[in-house]
Design a protein around this ligand. Structure first.
Ligand SMILES: [Zn+2]
Length: 406
C-alpha cells in the first residue's frame, strides 16, 4: 500500500529550499525504516509548503508505513491514529482509507470501518481490497444482501481471492435462513430473530446479554468491546441450516453470536439461555482482548469458567480421564478444529479446558490471565505467554491440573 517517495520539485524562495531539505532528510529516514524521524522531517516540510502535493504525499506515506509497522505488532489503536492523520493531510488518497478500514475491522469497530471503506471506494471505485473489506464490514453489520453484492463483484473480477468463495457461500446460506428475520436493538447488541418469536423472548435475550456485558466486563477488569454486537437467534432447525453445525452444539460465536432458542421443539429455560449467551459473549471479550490467536483451551476454558460451575459429572469424567491417562495434552487442545470431535470426547476437552483455566483464574486472579491474552494479542506465542505470566510450561500446568483429579 506504500508508494515510492518522490523528490520535491523546487519553486523559488527560501521556504522552498528549506522544505526541500526537510523532504530529502525525510526520504533518507524513510529509507532506513525510521518512521518517526521521517514523519518529523516531512511535517516540517509540510509546515513550510502545505499545498505542495509531493510533501503531502510523502508525509501521508510515512504515516501509512508507521501504521503498518504498528499493526504488525498488533498495536491497532496506535496504527489508527497515524492513518487518521494521513487522511487529514491527503484526503484524496484512497490507500490510507482502505488500510484504516481494515484496522477498524480488526478492532471490531464496524460502523467506523464502513464509513472509511465507502469513502475509499468513492475515491477509487473498483479497488478490490476496499470492496472485499467493505463486504466483510457489511457482513459483520448483518447486512447480508449488501455484503453479497460487494463480494460478488470482487469474485467476478478475481475468482481466486483466498478464502472469499467460502465466506461468500456461508453468507449466502445464512441469508437463505435469515433473509426475513426482524431486527431489534439494546444498548450494545443488535438482535435478528424469526418473525414468530414471542416478544418477551427477544427482550430476554437482549437483557441476558446486557447483563453478561456488565458482569464479564467487571470480572475481566474492564474489557468492554465496542458495539453494536450482532446476535442471531434461531429455532433449532434454522440454526443447523444456517451454521451447518450438529445439534449438540449449543451456540456459536463466529464474529456474531448465534444461538438456537429451542431444543426439541421447546424454548430453552432462562438459566440455560443465560449460560449459553454468557459463554458466547466471553468469546467476544476474548477475541477483543486476545486477538485471533488465543488457543482453543484458553478461550473455551474461560467461557466455561465465567458461565457455569464445573458439574459433578464433569469432575467424575476428569478424574477417570486422568487416572486412565486419557486426558488431552494442552497442545492437543490448541486448534479450532477440535469442534469436529465426537460429543463425548468434546465434553472431556471442554471439562479439561475449564479445569485448567479455573486453576489459573482462581489461584492467580483475572489480571494475570488478561495480561497473558494481551501478550498473545501482541504476537507472543501462547506457551511463551503462559511462561511469562505464570512461570509454567504446558507440561507443568498439565501436571498441576491432573494432580487435582488423581
Ligand atoms: Zn465456546
Amino acid at each position: 500500500m506504500i508508494c515510492a517517495l518522490t523528490v520535491l520539485a523546487l519553486s523559488a524562495g527560501a521556504a522552498a529550499v528549506n522544505a526541500a531539505e526537510y523532504n530529502n532528510a525525510g526520504i533518507e529516514a524513510y529509507g532506513r525504516n525510521e518512521w518517526r524521524e521521517a514523519i518529523s522531517n516531512f511535517e516540517k516540510a509540510y509546515e513550510l509548503e502545505p499545498q505542495h502535493e509531493t510533501v503531502r504525499h510523502n508525509l501521508c506515506n510515512a504515516h501509512q508505513a508507521a501504521a503498518n509497522a504498528l499493526a504488525k505488532n498488533a498495536d491497532f489503536p496506535a496504527a489508527v491514529k497515524h492513518l487518521e492523520l494521513a487522511i487529514g493531510i491527503d484526503p484524496t488518497n484512497p490507500a490510507p482509507l482502505v488500510q484504516l478500514g481494515a484496522y477498524y475491522l480488526r478492532l471490531d469497530m464496524v460502523p467506523e470501518a464502513i464509513l472509511r471503506l465507502e469513502e475509499a471506494i468513492e475515491l477509487k471505485p473498483g479497488d478490490l481490497d476496499a470492496h472485499e473489506f467493505l463486504g466483510q464490514a457489511y457482513y459483520l453489520d448483518n447486512d447480508l444482501p449488501s455484503a453479497r453484492a460487494q463480494w460478488e463483484y470482487v469474485l467476478e473480477m478475481a475468482p481466486d481471492r483466498p478464502g472469499l468463495q467460502e465466506r461468500y457461500q456461508k453468507a449466502f446460506r445464512e441469508e437463505a435462513v435469515e433473509g426475513d428475520f426482524k431486527r431489534g436493538t439494546s444498548r450494545h447488541f443488535t438482535i435478528s430473530y424469526p418473525d414468530d418469536l414471542p416478544t418477551h423472548l427477544r427482550g430476554q435475550v437482549l437483557n441476558l446479554l446486557e447483563r453478561a456485558y456488565l458482569e464479564v466486563g467487571r470480572k475481566t477488569g474492564g474489557v468492554y468491546p465496542p458495539g453494536p454486537m450482532q446476535v442471531i437467534a434461531y429455532k433449532e432447525e434454522q440454526f443447523s441450516e444456517a451454521t451447518q453445525l450438529e445439534s449438540h452444539v449449543g451456540a456459536v460465536y463466529d464474529g456474531k453470536i448465534r444461538v438456537p432458542l429451542t431444543e426439541r421443539g421447546e424454548f430453552l429455560n432462562e438459566e440455560e439461555l443465560r449460560r449459553r449467551l454468557t459463554h458466547e459473549y466471553v468469546h467476544v471479550v476474548v477475541r477483543y482482548a486476545g486477538g485471533p490467536n488465543v488457543p482453543w483451551w484458553m478461550n473455551e476454558g474461560l467461557a466455561e469458567v465465567l458461565s457455569r460451575n464445573l458439574s459433578s459429572e464433569a469432575t467424575t469424567m476428569l478424574r477417570r480421564a486422568h487416572q486412565e491417562q486419557l486426558a488431552f495434552s494442552l497442545s492437543d487442545l490448541e486448534g479450532s478444529q477440535l469442534n469436529v470431535l465426537k460429543p463425548d470426547v468434546l465434553r472431556l476437552a471442554y471439562a479439561q479446558s475449564q479445569a485448567t483455566v479455573e486453576l489459573m483464574w482462581n489461584r492467580f486472579g483475572q489480571r494475570r490471565f488478561m495480561q497473558m491474552l494481551s501478550d498473545i494479542s501482541a504476537g507472543v506465542a501462547p506457551e511463551e505467554a503462559l511462561r511469562r505470566n505464570y512461570r509454567r510450561t504446558y507440561s507443568t500446568l498439565e501436571q498441576e491440573v491432573a494432580a487435582g483429579y488423581l
